[in-house]
Ligand binder design. Structure first.
Ligand code: C5P
Length: 396
C-alpha cells in the first residue's frame, strides 16, 4: 500500500532542501501534501512545491477556503506521518506549547499521526535553554527527531543547527512508516572496532579491526526497532542513524561502558579488544635512547564477553564473535563454552576479511552450527537481526 506524508515547511534557509525531499520521497513511492508557513513562502514558492508534489500547496488557514474539499483537521490526518522540515525554533515552540495560530501549528495540534521534526536554526537558537526545553517537551510528547547536524551554517557560524540532509530525513520517514519493527521494545548493546591501549601519550597497542561488521549490526538492530547502544573503539566510520554511540579508547573504558549500559536483552560483542595493555603507560613521550628500545611490561585486559556472561545483569542473549583462520567450527564451539556466551559468530578470516565489505560466518549455538554463505557485512547484519528477533521471541 502506498504511503503518504504531510510535509510542513517552516521559514528557514534550509527550506530549499525540502523540495529535494519531496522529489526523493516520490521516487520511493511516498506521496507528499505540503503546508508552507507564511515565513516558509519567503524561501520556497507554493508553485514549486505543488509542481513537485502534484498537489495544491497549502499556505495558511485561508488557503482552505473550500473546507468541503480538505478541511484543516482532515489535512492533518490523511497522511500516515507529519514531517516538519525545516522545523524552526518558532514552529517547535508553538508545537511544544500547543499553540494553534496558523495552519501549520493547528495541523500539528489536530493530528493523530506520528510527527517527525527536522530542526534547522542558528546554533545559538538551538542551544538556547528555551529551545532545549521545547525539544524535551516535544520528545516527551512522542515527537520524533532527525538531526540537526553539526557544520557550517548559512549565518557563518559553526555548530549544531544544520537541517539533516534530505536522504537522512527520508530514511527516518521510511523507518517510521514501516511501523514498529520485530525488535521494538528490545534493548541491544553492540561493541565494535579495536581498542587502543596507550604506551605513552602518543603511542598505543592496537589492531586492525575496521568496525564495519559491528556498525552494520548496530544499524540492523536499530532498523528492526531495538533501542541500540553502540560502544565503539576508534574507527573511521560514520555513526549509524538511530543508534546511541558511545566512543571509547581502551578495553577498560569499553568494559565500564558495557556494564553501564546493562540491563539489555541482547548484546553482540564484535569488538577486537586488545589482549594486553601497558602495565604503567608513560606520562610523557618515551624517548629513543642509545640503550635501545624500552622493555614494555604488559598486563592482561579483562575479557568483556566472559565478564558479561557472569554478570548479575547478564544479557538474555549474549553473542560473541570469533575470528579464526583454521578449524573455524571447532574453535568457535570451544570459545562459546569457555566464554559462557549463548552464540558465537565465527568468521573465517583466512581469506582476508579485515576491512572488506563481505564476510563468511558460522553461527554456533547450543543446537549446533549454521553456516551462512559469503554475504556482505550489511547482509550478515540484517540476517543476524532476524535470527536474534526469532530467538528472543522464544525466550519471551
Ligand atoms: O578471545 P577472543 O578475542 O578470540 O574472543 C573474541 C570474542 O570475545 C569477541 O566477541 C570479542 O568482542 C570478545 N572479547 C571481549 N573482551 C576481550 C577479548 C575478546 O569482549 N578482552
Amino acid at each position: 500500500m502506498s504511503k503518504s506524508i504531510l510535509l510542513i515547511i517552516g521559514g528557514g534557509i534550509a527550506a530549499y532542501k525540502s523540495l529535494e525531499l519531496i522529489r526523493r520521497a516520490k521516487e520511493r513511492g511516498i506521496d507528499t501534501r505540503a503546508i508552507i508557513t507564511k515565513a516558509g513562502t519567503e524561501f520556497v514558492t507554493p508553485l514549486s512545491v505543488s509542481a513537485l508534489s502534484g498537489h495544491k500547496a497549502y499556505t495558511d488557514m485561508f488557503s482552505l477556503v473550500d473546507e468541503t474539499e480538505m478541511g484543516h483537521i482532515q489535512l492533518s490526518r490523511v497522511a500516515d506521518l507529519v514531517v516538519v522540515a525545516p522545523a524552526t525554533a518558532n514552529l517547535m515552540a508553538k508545537a511544544a506549547n500547543g499553540l494553534a495560530s496558523d495552519l501549520a501549528s493547528t495541523s500539528l495540534l489536530a493530528t493523530d499521526k506520528p510527527v517527525l521534526m527536522a530542526p534547522a536554526m542558528n546554533v545559538r537558537m538551538w542551544n538556547h535553554a528555551a529551545t532545549q526545553r521545547n525539544l524535551a517537551t516535544l520528545k516527551a510528547d512522542g515527537v520524533h527527531f532527525v538531526g540537526p547536524n553539526e557544520g557550517a551554517m548559512a549565518c557563518n557560524e559553526f555548530g549544531p543547527g544544520r537541517m539533516a540532509e534530505p536522504q537522512e530525513i527520508l530514511e527516518a520517514i521510511e523507518r517510521l512508516l514501516a511501523g514498529p519493527g520485530p525488535l521494538s521494545g528490545v534493548k541491544a548493546l553492540v561493541t565494535a572496532g579495536p581498542t587502543h591501549e596507550p604506551l605513552d601519550p602518543v603511542r598505543f597497542l592496537g589492531n586492525r579491526s575496521s568496525g564495519k561488521q559491528g556498525y552494520a549490526i548496530a544499524r540492523a538492530l536499530a532498523e528492526a526497532g531495538a533501542e541500540t547502544t553502540l560502544i565503539s573503539g576508534p574507527v573511521a566510520l560514520a555513526p549509524p542513524q538511530g543508534v546511541r554511540l558511545i566512543e571509547v579508547e581502551t578495553a577498560l573504558e569499553m568494559q565500564a561502558a558495557c556494564e553501564a549500559a546493562l540491563p539489555v536483552d541482547v548484546a553482540v560483542l564484535t569488538a577486537a579488544v586488545a589482549d594486553w595493555r601497558a602495565q604503567s603507560p608513560a606520562n610523557s613521550k618515551l624517548k629513543k635512547s642509545d640503550s635501545g628500545p624500552p622493555s614494555l611490561a604488559l598486563t592482561e585486559n579483562p575479557d568483556i564477553l566472559a565478564g558479561l556472561a557472569n554478570h548479575a545483569k547478564r544479557p538474555t542473549l549474549l553473542i560473541g564473535f570469533a575470528a579464526e583462520t583454521e578449524n573455524v567450527l571447532a574453535y568457535g564451539a570451544e570459545k562459546r563454552a569457555r566464554k559462557g556466551c549463548d552464540w558465537i559468530v565465527a568468521n573465517d578470516v583466512s581469506t582476508g576479511v579485515f576491512g572488506t565489505d563481505h564476510n563468511t560466518v558460522h553461527v554456533i549455538t547450543a543446537q549446533g552450527a549454521e553456516s551462512w554463505p559469503e554475504l556482505s557485512k550489511d547482509a550478515v547484519a540484517t540476517r543476524l537481526a532476524v535470527r536474534i528477533s526469532k530467538a528472543l521471541e522464544k525466550v519471551a
